[in-house]
Every structure is written in structure tokens, then in C-alpha cells.
Design a protein. Structure first.
Length: 201
């Protein structure tokens, strides 16, 4: 099974639908996690104005991810199917559907290590991969990926490279620590490299 995390900024540049089309073309057992994009940007903006705490901002950001999932799924109803729990995925795959995560379970009543801006949908996608025992994680970004982080076929990013990507803001601040702690294999590509997906699987 493959987990694809699509950065919410791909909505801003109009490339997110193309990314989904390429994933569908692969015909692999896959799930997609969507970032919150403009919806999460609005949370950041309003937090500065109304001064609500990070727990509230986290929960609003989770809702932003859910909004994005509903938005994109509306264009691909024949190919994408929502899920919240692992048990729902088997039915999805039996019907040749790609799972789209609705992270309602990530809405929290109390603060924890995830309820802050150091953890975004990037690290949440890693946590989901851990829970579902997914070995292949591909994160697709709107930003240009530096040459030192570009992949060779059939390989995964070194932990040191992931740390650099986190330091320059391409991945969130908690991503590296969570990935290393759980020994998860990750690839990070730009939407400009979509045609290379088959080569790195």
C-alpha cells in the first residue's frame, strides 16, 4: 500500500487535480492525505487576530484538511472513497477505490505533542502510515525540491536529507524526529516530477 500526501498549496497553483489523476493512473492500492491549503492559511491568519490557542488552531486545521478532502473528492467520485478507520480500506480496495483520509479522530480535547504548528499534515500523514503499517510514503509538494534531496529510482530519502528539508521549511519541524523514531521510509517530490513516480515505487 502507498500513502500519498498532497500539499495543500497544490490547490493554490492549480496542480492538485493533476496530481490526483496521476495517482489514479498508477492503479496501485493507495490512500491520499490532503493538506489544508488555503483553509489552514485562514486559521493561521485568524489566530493572529483573535489570539485563540494552538489546540483550537490544531482542531480548526484538521477541519481544514477535511474540507480539502471533500473538495477534491467531489471531482473524482468514481475513483476516491473516504475512510476514517483501517477496517474501511479493505472495502475500498475491493471496489478498486483509492482511500481518502478524513482525520476526524485527530480532533483533540486536550493539548498534546501534535497540537501545535510544529506538526502539520506532513507529520500527521506519517502517524497514519505508522498506524496502518504502510511502508511507502510519497509526499508531493508545490515547492521546488533542492537537488541534494532529489531521489534515485527505488530509493528513500536519508534521515539527514529529511532533516535538512525540515530545516528549510519544506517539511514541518516535527517531521524528522517522528520519521526517525519510527523508521519510516519517505520520498518527497515536487509536482513537477509527477512523471517520475513510477520510477521511485
Amino acid at each position: 500500500m502507498i500513502l500519498f500526501k498532497l500539499g495543500g498549496s497544490l490547490l493554490k497553483n492549480g496542480k492538485i487535480l493533476n496530481c490526483v489523476r496521476e495517482i489514479i493512473k498508477l492503479k496501485k492500492k493507495s490512500i491520499i492525505v490532503f493538506g489544508g491549503g488555503k483553509f489552514t492559511d485562514s486559521v493561521r491568519k485568524h489566530q493572529k487576530v483573535f489570539k485563540f490557542n494552538d489546540l483550537c488552531a490544531h482542531n480548526m486545521s484538521i477541519i481544514s484538511m477535511i474540507k480539502m478532502a471533500y473538495l477534491i473528492q467531489s471531482f473524482f467520485k468514481n475513483d476516491l472513497k473516504f475512510f476514517e478507520y483501517k477496517k474501511e480500506l479493505k472495502k475500498n480496495f475491493n471496489n478498486n477505490k483509492i482511500g481518502v483520509w478524513l482525520p476526524y479522530q485527530e480532533i483533540k480535547e486536550k493539548s498534546d505533542s501534535f497540537t501545535n504548528w510544529n506538526t502539520t499534515s506532513d507529520t500527521l500523514s506519517l502517524d497514519l502510515a505508522k498506524k496502518l503499517d504502510i511502508s511507502s510514503i510519497i509526499i508531493i509538494k508545490s515547492s521546488i525540491i533542492p537537488r541534494w534531496a532529489q531521489l534515485k529510482p527505488k530509493t528513500y530519502l536519508d534521515f539527514k536529507v529529511v532533516k535538512k528539508l525540515s530545516n528549510v521549511g519544506i517539511l514541518d519541524k516535527n517531521f524528522y524526529d517522528f520519521q526517525k523514531k519510527n523508521n519510516l521510509k519517505v520520498n518527497v517530490i515536487s509536482f513537477r516530477e509527477l512523471k517520475k513516480i513510477k520510477k521511485i515505487l
